[in-house]
Design a protein around this ligand. Structure first.
Ligand code: TIU
Length: 221
């Protein structure tokens, strides 16, 4: 038992470091680099890049502390059998599964689907391949967390209002306490970033806490 407290809003959160995991959500080329799914949807992907360095600092500290680190990737089987028809036409066009400069868009095994080099997983770190926005839907994430008796999640990733929110809401309903690190998440919409963080911590931490990379590194050192 390594009882600690992380400085956070709306109030500091007590946690056990041995029962805490770092979850890095969908830091994939398809969302962060030109030519991927994010850009095809009409977004300026450079808006997400500010989250990379702070996430790297937390990742380094978590690895040094021996904390469980989990990565997720959004994407689909090569035959798209796990992609609902309604998702195929997001943006009013069919992008998922079509050819792009980094391979087939949001398809497992393609270059664009993989995690950016700056945050690449190291051996032993579970990588959760998920067909949905949430990391619990149709994955073994919950089994992995329960198997390690994890209670608290430090959360980084993109985009805040889509896959990060969905995952944190799913985690909260399963009884996990989530701390979203505000400089380690990104959005294509600056106003969504601000309001999305406010939504999490409003009403006395209605579905989570908000902290940042510096306070997470302080926790881990
Ligand atoms: N489009 C958008 O903001 N996000 C996604 O489609 N997926 C994730 O957030 N990972």
């Amino acid at each position: 038992m390594t009882a600690r407290s992380i400085a956070a809003e709306p109030f500091d959160l007590d946690l056990d470091l041995e029962k805490t995991a770092l979850v890095v959500i969908d830091m994939q080329r398809d969302f962060l680099q030109p030519g991927g799914f994010g850009e095809l949807l009409g977004n300026d992907v450079s808006l997400l890049r500010g989250a990379i360095e702070p996430t790297r600092a937390v990742l380094d500290a978590a690895r040094a502390a021996g904390m469980l680190v989990i990565h997720t990737r959004e994407g689909h089987r090569t035959d798209l059998a796990d992609c609902p028809p309604a998702k195929l036409t997001r943006g009013g066009k069919t992008f998922i599964g079509t050819d792009g400069p980094m391979g087939r868009i949001l398809v497992r095994g393609e270059e664009g689907h993989d995690i950016i080099p700056e945050l690449y997983p190291i051996p032993g770190e579970p990588v959760i391949d998920k067909p949905g926005k949430g990391a619990f839907y149709a994955t073994d994430l919950e089994a992995i967390l329960r198997g390690r008796d994890i209670r608290t999640l430090l959360v980084c990733g993109v985009t805040l209002e889509v896959c990060v929110h969905t995952t944190v809401r799913e985690a909260n309903d399963r009884g996990f306490e989530c701390v979203v690190l505000e400089d380690c998440v990104g959005s294509y919409f600056p106003e969504f970033l601000r309001v999305g963080l406010d939504m999490i911590k409003a009403q006395g931490a209605i579905f989570g806490w908000v902290s940042d990379s510096k306070r997470a590194v302080d926790l881990l050192n």
